[in-house]
Design a protein around this ligand. Sequence first.
Ligand code: G3D
Length: 185
Amino acid sequence: MGLLSIIRKIKRKEKEMRILMVGLDNSGKTTIVLKINGEDTSVISPTLGFNIKTITYQKYTLNIWDVGGQKTIRSYWRNYFEQTDGLVWVVDSSDLRRLDDCRYELHNLLKEERLSGASLLIFANKQDIQGALSPDEIAKVLNLEAMDNSRHWRIVGCSAYTGDGLLEGFDWLVQDVASRIYMLD
Ligand code: G3D
């Protein structure tokens, strides 16, 4: 039995998924994880290293890795790629100045071989802020249509403040990952 089959078997038993949350700093990654887990989002400090949160979502255990996005630590993202089932790329849709940077970092990340099989959810976050770009506009600016055809991806507008869109996004991601590693059970 190959290593991949063994990993699949263990995961199937535990119904675990490994989710990597990335994006530029300040995009709202930590707030999203707290909100989805029903925790207080009023006091948040920037993620300097990484946080791991294990949450139960539907019938799955999600191990969510929330990795800091400051420019100086982006080169360390690659240390977290191994065995990633789902990738969540969080965008601050109101930070128009940094969208070029955001597009560059996303496409750079997607070149990574070890992430080639991961389902990709893009959260167009901070939709509650006036002037924020819509998910369609974000998709255009980030040039998402240029992505590899084999990639499973979706963009969902959300607000980590109000919680709007978070379940829609995670539902899609978990179902998409499950359809690959648990054969749709
Ligand atoms: P990060 O983990 O990606 O670095 P954080 O981002 O979760 O630390 O969030 C960065 C800042 O954005 C925080 O504000 C947080 O409250 C705010 N934020 C996150 N999501 C939303 C959202 O959906 N809407 C709005 N309006 N703000 C959001 P502070 O003031 O603590 O820096």
